[in-house]
Write a protein that binds this ligand. Structure first.
Ligand SMILES: NC(=O)c1ccc[n+]([C@@H]2O[C@H](COP(=O)([O-])OP(=O)(O)OC[C@H]3O[C@@H](n4cnc5c(N)ncnc54)[C@H](OP(=O)(O)O)[C@@H]3O)[C@@H](O)[C@H]2O)c1
Length: 330
């Protein structure tokens, strides 16, 4: 396992992070705990959860699994989504965050969170209020570092600027959706992160399982993540596009050539990418977990990386096209 610092911090994390969104539902408690222990035994130290995953069950299972090994783990969780019926059970008000952190600490059976992340932008709360609250949580010792997730580039840059201007702790990381079948962050967020030294922790690095190659046609599948009638990012119609099937075909061709699986090739592409700190992969079963751990300890060749870059690239659009044209002119 390789270890990398997260953004502008000294925090060292394994180059794979274990996602726990299915723990307590699609993955039984027993299998989830075994998976966490296997991951730690591999040398993995980075685990991601959220207060809303399986209504808190994911945090509870993670807490139980790491109780005796707390200090070796970099524990990341999130706040923002609605967790109860009352008006202040959602968002980033000082009230909500202060309560949210206590609830997460209780479920996680610990007295500190290593990386506390804002799940998605909150249009209601002034970001100054939120950043001040997070800074207080760091001062209190309940939180070690802060990060964000699903932010637009301007939202991240505004937050970093306010933190710097006011002397608050700043985000060390962002958690965006990013994979061979979801490269929207190439437009602005990734270059901002390189410029500002913010760690990037891609979620759904296997496109929710699409990049494993197990879906063979556009017909709605009867198995796996995409058979559950989920909406948005895990909605079949948003994934089952000709472009995405072409990407999977290239992944499969390369996988066959180098005797790896499509999931391993897809994760390794991210491990090799400049600016990516640690992809947060999911595994519903121990078998999937073991396969996915086979993505570490080797590197795709430059030719294979280029082929994958090309097949998955976004169309070149304005203003990036315009800016690129003049990049080297004085
Ligand atoms: N910040 C955010 O807003 C946000 C949003 C989503 C997720 N996340 C984080 O990111 C983590 C990972 O997200 P994700 O689960 O979408 O990631 P992913 O790694 O893209 O997909 C994982 C899913 O793909 C399937 N799969 C995994 N390995 C496989 C293999 N080798 N062969 C075949 N199928 C395989 C499994 O689903 P099936 O077997 O059911 O098909 C598994 O649950 C989450 O646990 C969470 O921690 C964050």
């Amino acid at each position: 396992m390789e270890y990398r610092t997260v953004g502008k911090s000294g925090l060292l994390v394994s180059n794979l992070c274990l996602g726990t969104m299915t723990f307590g539902k699609a993955t039984s408690e027993e299998e989830s705990i075994s998976m966490i222990h296997r991951f730690l035994d591999y040398g993995g130290n980075f685990i991601d959860t959220a207060d809303v995953y399986v209504e808190g069950a994911s945090e509870e299972i993670v807490g139980k699994a790491i109780q005796d090994r707390r200090s070796e783990v970099v524990l990341a969780t999130k706040v923002r989504m609605k967790v109860g019926p009352h008006p202040n059970d959602v968002g980033y008000s000082r009230k909500r965050i202060m309560e949210g952190v206590e609830q997460s600490l209780r479920r996680l059976k610990t007295d500190y969170i290593d990386l506390y992340q804002l799940h998605v932008w909150d249009h209601l709360t002034p970001i100054e209020e939120t950043l001040r609250t997070l800074d207080d949580l760091i001062a209190s010792g309940k939180v070690r570092y802060i990060g964000c997730s699903n932010f637009l580039a301007w939202q991240l840059m505004k937050s970093l600027s306010i933190s710097e201007f006011r002397g608050y702790a700043r985000f060390i990381s962002i958690q965006p959706q990013y994979s061979l079948v979801s490269r929207e962050m190439d437009r602005e967020v990734l270059s901002l992160c390189l410029e500002e030294n913010v760690g990037v922790l891609p979620w759904a690095p296997l496109g929710g399982g699409f990049l494993s190659g197990k879906y063979k046609s556009v017909a709605e599948p009867s198995f796996g993540r995409f058979s559950q009638g989920l909406t948005g990012e895990y909605e079949w119609k948003n994934k089952a596009l000709d472009k995405n099937f072409n990407i999977v075909a290239k992944v499969e061709e390369i996988a066959q050539e180098i005797d790896k699986t499509p999931a391993q090739v897809s994760l390794n592409w991210l491990l090799c990418k400049e600016g990516i700190t640690s992809p947060i992969f999911g595994a519903r079963t121990l078998e999937q977990f073991e396969e996915n751990m086979g993505s570490i300890g080797w590197h795709l060749s430059a030719e294979h990386i280029q082929a994958l870059d090309e097949v998955s690239a976004l169309p070149v659009e304005y203003p990036n096209r315009f800016i690129e044209k003049f990049r080297r002119s004085i």
